[in-house]
Design a protein around this ligand. Structure first.
Ligand SMILES: *[C@@H]1O[C@H](CO)[C@@H](O)[C@H](O)[C@H]1NC(C)=O
Ligand SMILES: *[C@@H]1O[C@H](CO)[C@@H](O)[C@H](O)[C@H]1NC(C)=O
Length: 249
């Protein structure tokens, strides 16, 4: 009985009786540096079980602050890293053999900066192939999407290299370093314009009816994604479409 009582006394006081003595730090502080004393008293306090709720709430608060700030902060960083609006149709591509975007019926936008013509805020970009192609005055665009294709091109893959005779087509292309080739008799010797879309750009391009086009993923790791909007429902067979137009692809 006495033992049990002693034990319970021995256990309970820990938080109370031993808590109050530790304020000794203030006692010993005068002589050395007050800062060191403060640090050591905080350290002593933090080692106590009674400090756990405080530590936990500080941790929760920091987590909340981090989550609140994370998206805007990272997006803001990205936008400050990239340069101004890059939606000019006259800008040419990145490779040495690249033609002018205008010869490829293409305009490009940054996929990461905001606000921009295609991104109002940090959530990212959003496009309408019909209205945005009209706004960009791209010739041979689809005036409506009677047929829509959405898909992926793996690194090294190719789509297109064909010529539809019964539809105009508007493309949105993004996600990887990608070449877009468009038949264009005005381009000397080659007869086509070819530009490279960077992985951090979104391209809006058109291929008028009777014009060949090809989309090639030249990225090592990323997938190209594309949307194709055609203004008429076509059966893609030999009478509506010429296949394998360019032999070098
Ligand atoms: C394609 O665009 C041209 C020019 O805007 C238009 O005359 C034609 O009707 C459109 N559709 C097809 C299927 O050619
Ligand atoms: C191709 O499809 C069209 C309809 O879009 C049809 O009239 C034509 O016969 C088809 N041609 C072949 C070779 O299948």
């Amino acid at each position: 009985m006495a033992n049990a009582r002693r034990i319970s006394v021995g256990l309970q006081p820990q938080p109370v009786s031993e808590t109050s003595p530790p304020p000794p730090p203030p006692l010993s502080s005068p002589s050395p540096s007050p800062a060191a004393a403060a640090v050591s008293s905080v350290a002593v306090f933090l080692k106590r079980p009674s400090a756990f709720p405080l530590l936990l709430s500080v941790f929760v608060l920091l987590t909340w602050v981090f989550l609140r700030l994370e998206h805007p902060a990272s997006a803001g960083l990205r936008s400050s890293l990239s340069s101004g609006l890059s939606s000019s149709s006259s800008r040419s591509g990145t490779g040495p053999v690249d033609g002018a975007d205008s010869d490829a019926n293409l305009v490009r936008f940054s996929a990461v900066e905001f606000p921009s013509k295609i991104a109002r805020d940090w959530r990212g970009w959003l496009m309408d192939p019909v209205t945005d192609a009209r706004a960009a005055r791209l010739r041979g665009r689809a005036s409506k999407c009677a047929s829509v294709h959405v898909g992926q091109i793996q690194p090294g893959g190719l789509r297109g290299n064909h010529r539809h005779h019964t539809c105009n087509e508007t493309f949105i292309i993004w996600g990887a370093d990608t070449k877009f080739r468009l038949e264009n008799p005005n381009v000397k010797d080659k007869g086509y314009a070819e530009v490279t879309i960077r992985y951090d750009e979104v391209a809006l391009a058109t291929s008028p009816s009777g014009t060949a086009h090809a989309i090639i993923n030249v990225d090592r790791v990323r997938s190209t994604f594309l949307l194709g909007c055609q203004d008429s429902l076509i059966k893609t067979n030999a009478s509506t479409t010429d296949y394998n137009v360019w032999k070098d692809l």
